[in-house]
Design a protein around this ligand. Structure first.
Ligand SMILES: O=P(O)(O)OC[C@H]1O[C@H](OP(=O)(O)OP(=O)(O)O)[C@H](O)[C@@H]1O
Ligand SMILES: Nc1nc2[nH]cnc2c(=O)[nH]1
Ligand SMILES: [Mg+2]
Length: 177
């Protein structure tokens, strides 16, 4: 790991206010649903999903998928591997994919396609962070927490070499020397 420090980009209170707001919007949008399936992409989305789900006032179920493309690098391998699939069927259900960050778009476009083929009743994406400057593949996104500049971020589920996921804020990695 290179020498670096972490600077705060989005403080905890701003993050929590936004998560609550997203929860309110999602609750309103899916009024009347019999079940909203939240799909968390492991590992990055786990903290966001845990907080967001508690701001959604609907019948919610949780399922998880693992798709890794970065490994321990700071650039995408572009090859998205599905390491763990969903446990349950989603056919005919309202499905919301919950993601921590969209960068190149490779991860979400691949996962969206895989899930879409299973014929959910509806399919939407909620991402906490969006880095549009780095997009290589377009993906439709229904809810975005924050649009951020092209910085390598960590915290609140997002790692650098598997560390920093437990930070309560979003930080940026500043290389030293
Ligand atoms: O838009 P992209 O360029 O594909 O990048 C975004 C993805 O990269 C990170 O996951 P990563 O593969 O590092 O695994 P992780 O969720 O376990 O940290 C992040 O959590 C997103 O899932
Ligand atoms: N840690 C980290 N992982 C990413 N994966 C895609 N973009 C990022 C980022 O900015 N930070
Ligand atoms: Mg991820």
């Amino acid at each position: 790991m290179m020498k670096h420090r972490i600077d705060v980009m989005i403080p905890e209170d701003e993050l929590q206010a936004k998560v609550a707001e997203l929860g309110r919007q999602i609750t309103e949008h899916y009024q009347g649903t019999s079940e909203l399936v939240l799909i968390g992409l492991l590992r990055g989305s786990c903290l966001f999903l845990a907080d967001l789900s508690r701001h959604i006032d609907l019948p919610v179920s949780l399922d998880f998928m693992t798709a890794s493309s970065y490994g321990n690098s700071t650039t995408s391998s572009r090859e998205v591997r599905v390491l763990k699939d969903l446990d349950d069927e989603i056919k005919g259900k309202d499905v919301l994919i919950v993601e921590d960050i969209i960068d190149s778009g490779f991860t979400l476009s691949k996962i969206r396609d895989i899930i879409s083929l299973r014929e959910p009743k509806s399919l939407a994406i909620c991402t906490l962070l969006n880095k549009p400057a780095r997009r290589e593949v377009q993906v439709p996104v229904e809810w975005t927490g924050f649009t951020i500049p092209d910085e390598f971020v960590v915290g609140y589920g997002i790692d650098y070499a598997q560390l920093y996921r437990n930070l309560r804020f979003i930080g940026k990695v500043i290389p030293l020397e």
